[in-house]
Design a protein around this ligand. Structure first.
Ligand SMILES: [Zn+2]
Length: 231
């Protein structure tokens, strides 16, 4: 008699529909029943997550357990792997995938995601951009580190409509040197990945200029907003 596929047992544990013959098998088979009991307990604790539990408590325990199962499995690889160990881990893995969806549905996906290399942005520097002309609302700029990459965010409001365009620059303190980081959407602000290895201390001034469609790629010298990054 062949046992049930671990994925099938995981689905039964999650209360998904199963073939009557599969249910019949589990009822009469001790190993499959044991596996189902275990997966059902995990699925039940995953389902018991209430809004007070998130984002960490219950999911962390579940993921610790799943991780332990997978780690145990990988440690057993050099030794002869018994079919039982393998079956169980596959079942846990199938369940992990399902529970992952369940957790995702509760809006606690960050618990899972936080296990990968720190994807949350880190604030590196920020600046208040003061109006130089035509604008009454100050703007803000910040540099965030995301996945090892520095990204400049610019948020503006009340930039006047123009038949030219707005461009964002990083300037040396004395304006002797500058880098164009991109065109700014006046209504939405902008997000500009910075060149790797840029030294913000050498280019600490965020400047937004009004440019004309004149084919001249250099700074128009018509600056609208400017501020110095505090690193
Ligand atoms: Zn069986």
């Amino acid at each position: 008699m062949s046992h049930l596929d671990p994925d099938t047992i995981a689905l039964i544990a999650l209360g998904e529909s199963a073939l009557p013959s599969d249910i019949e098998h589990v009822r009469g088979c001790l190993p499959c029943q044991g596996e189902l009991d275990e997966l059902t307990a995990v699925a039940a604790s995953a389902r018991a997550i209430s809004s007070e539990d998130r984002p960490v408590v219950a999911p962390a325990q579940i993921w610790d357990r799943i991780e332990a199962e997978l780690t145990t499995d990988s440690r057993t690889i050099p030794a002869p792997v018994t079919p039982q160990v393998h079956r169980k881990s596959r079942g846990m893995f199938a369940l992990a995938a399902s529970v992952g969806i369940l957790i995702g549905g509760l809006g606690t996906y960050t618990v899972v995601a936080s296990n990968s290399a720190n994807p949350s942005p880190t604030l590196v520097a920020q600046a208040a951009l003061e109006p130089l002309r035509d604008v009454t609302e100050p703007a803000v700029a910040s540099v965030q580190q995301i996945d090892g990459r520095e990204v400049l965010y610019v948020q503006t409001s009340g930039l006047p409509a123009t038949d030219g365009f707005y461009e964002v620059w990083l300037l040396a303190p004395d304006s002797s040197n500058m880098i164009s980081v991109g065109m700014l959407d006046a209504s939405e602000g902008g997000k500009f990945p910075l060149p790797a290895g840029i030294d913000l201390a050498a280019f600490p001034v965020v400047d937004i200029s009004l440019e004309r469609f004149d084919g001249d790629v250099t700074h128009s010298t018509d600056s609208i907003l400017r501020g110095t990054l505090t690193i």
